[in-house]
Write a protein that binds this ligand. Structure first.
Ligand code: MF3
Ligand code: CO
Ligand code: CO
Length: 241
């Protein structure tokens, strides 16, 4: 899991410099696919996962998650979440970050910062004996304190040999409730934070999730191991390890 997590983070480190005005999300997908398969000898987990047609998810502006790479050209001011999951030696590493194209819009920057901070507040709750609700409450409180909203329909998840497994890691809830965490578990924390209301809509392509009010959404994701003393984040970027 450490190896898979590091490879997923390495893809995000690699793709950052390519997120520039004029590039299409298809080109980002192709660059990541090539890096994962040829440089890393790994498998891009999204490709053909339940019929998903591409190797990465690219969710631009009001797209909440699971955006499908296509011929859309990025322009200055766009905010994009790139979500990478790789399989290495049978194990999954899953991580996503926000990137800004050209000059960031102030509102998008603030939303992304709150999503990032909320993800970390959730992760910092993780230790043996703590409960899933401790993670959810920490995230929800911080998001709502900032007058943003938490998406309810999608959540973090157990991860290992299987991409998405139990438990569901909700990004809202009540401290002291839910499954008790145990050392050795691996799970993702990946809050989706909306600038407006929390409600989402699934587009007819069956994948792309957008905000109902078409306001911005932001997301960050790490894969985390629960250790005897607390947690270890398996998907830190090169600058953070
Ligand atoms: N990487 C996403 C997650 O964080 C799942 C993407 S599923 C896909 O769980 F099929 F859309 F790729
Ligand atoms: Co995930
Ligand atoms: Co992901």
């Amino acid at each position: 899991m450490r190896v898979a997590g590091r490879l997923a983070a390495d893809v995000l480190d690699m793709i950052g410099e390519h997120v520039v005005p004029g590039i299409t999300t298809d080109e980002l997908d192709r660059i990541c696919h090539q890096h994962i398969t040829e440089k890393q000898g790994a498998i891009p987990a999204p490709l053909n996962y339940r019929g998903f047609p591409k190797s990465i998810c690219t969710s631009v502006n009001h797209v909440v998650c699971h955006g499908i790479p296509g011929d859309r050209t990025l322009k200055s001011g766009d905010a994009i979440n790139i979500d990478i999951t790789v399989i290495k030696d049978g194990f999954h590493g899953d991580t996503s970050r926000m990137f800004f194209v050209g000059k960031p819009a102030i509102q998008a920057e603030r939303l992304s910062a709150v999503a990032f901070e909320s993800m970390w507040l959730g992760i910092e709750q993780i230790a043996p004996g703590k409960r899933l609700g401790d993670i959810g409450e920490a995230i929800q409180k911080n998001v709502e304190k900032n007058r943003f909203s938490v998406v309810r329909e999608y959540c973090g998840h157990g991860i290992g040999r299987v991409f998405h497994e139990d438990p569901q890691v909700l990004h809202y809830g009540k401290a002291g409730t839910g499954l008790e965490l145990q050392a050795g578990m691996t799970m993702t924390v990946e809050p989706m934070v909306n600038a407006g209301k929390r409600h989402v809509r699934l587009l007819p392509d069956g994948w792309t999730v957008v905000t109902k009010d078409h306001k911005l959404s932001a997301q960050w994701e790490h894969t985390v191991l629960i250790t005897d003393s607390g947690y270890e984040v398996l998907t830190l970027g090169a600058d953070d390890r």
